[in-house]
Write a protein that binds this ligand. Structure first.
Ligand code: FPP
Length: 254
């Protein structure tokens, strides 16, 4: 399978899609043209994950910080998301892809959220691939929200403070029933996490490529997966321990 071991694929790949603006600038185009070209990469990466049998894919499409961009660009992005959600609907249904939201519904334009909510509802029974769209997402916001929800449960008597643990906190996150990412891909060379899945990426492998997001297509995705398979994941243990236990790193993580 394209130089990949099908038994050692990541269960969850999370992507920071960066470089649309630079891609457009290099071509003397408006930044929005870069986002439009980036939407095609989104389509390709979803299709490839589905074909390979990767069960979870999370895409960072709009962060809480992105509201600081010029108004015109923000509007164009929401327009693009709505168009994408509409045009991709038949493909999602046909390929039995579940779409979920990771992020804060508050603040998302109503017409976009209506389209999104309908797609989430209509694909909820699929399980071939789950695509989490991080829209209006911020990692710190997510963790603070989890703390607030837990506090509310304590206040109402459903929980006791002594029950708090990493597992319990994780159960209040947007990703409650989703395994943590094994691999985080960031395009366009920046070496930052940018408030993305802060809690969930504690043990993730980071793969940073100079390729700009609109140029990140099937071959670039396969290369990231090959690189992932070349790495040894230790989860705090030594190589010798992993060897003695006869466990694959993926098995240790589970
Ligand atoms: C970062 O590039 C990209 C974004 C802030 C938006 C991500 C959106 C897409 C990939 C468009 C399509 C997505 C979907 C889900 C249809 P940048 O603008 O920060 O690039 P720069 O750093 O080069 O300026």
């Amino acid at each position: 399978m394209e130089g990949l071991d099908p038994h050692r694929l990541p269960r969850h790949v999370a992507v920071i899609m960066d470089g649309n603006g630079r891609w457009a600038k290099k071509r003397l185009l408006h930044r929005v043209a870069g986002h439009e070209a980036g939407a095609e990469s989104v389509r390709v990466v979803i299709e490839t994950a589905r074909r390979l049998g990767i069960p979870y894919l999370t895409l960072y499409a709009f962060s809480k910080e992105n509201w600081q961009r010029p108004q015109r660009e923000i509007q164009a992005l929401w327009h693009l998301f709505r168009r994408f959600l509409r045009s991709e609907r038949p493909r999602m249904m046909e390929n039995e892809i579940r779409v979920r939201h990771v992020g804060d519904p508050d603040g998302i334009p109503e017409d976009v959220y209506a389209e999104f909510a309908a797609l989430i509802r209509d694909t909820a029974h699929f399980n071939k691939l789950t695509v989490n769209l991080a829209l209006n997402y911020g990692g710190r916001h997510e963790i603070a929200r989890a703390a607030r929800l837990f506090a509310e449960d304590v206040q109402s008597g459903r929980r006791d403070p002594s029950e708090m643990s990493p597992e319990v906190l994780a159960s209040y996150l947007f990703t409650a029933d989703i395994p943590d990412p094994d691999l985080v891909i960031r395009t366009s060379g920046e070496c930052r996490v940018s408030n993305f899945l802060l809690w969930q990426i504690a043990y993730a492998e980071l793969y940073i490529t100079e390729t700009l997001w609109p140029d990140f297509r099937e071959e670039e995705f396969l290369e990231a997966l090959r690189e992932y398979q070349r790495r040894e994941r230790r989860f705090g243990k030594t190589s010798e321990q992993l060897g003695q236990e006869g466990l694959t790193p993926e098995a240790v993580a589970r």
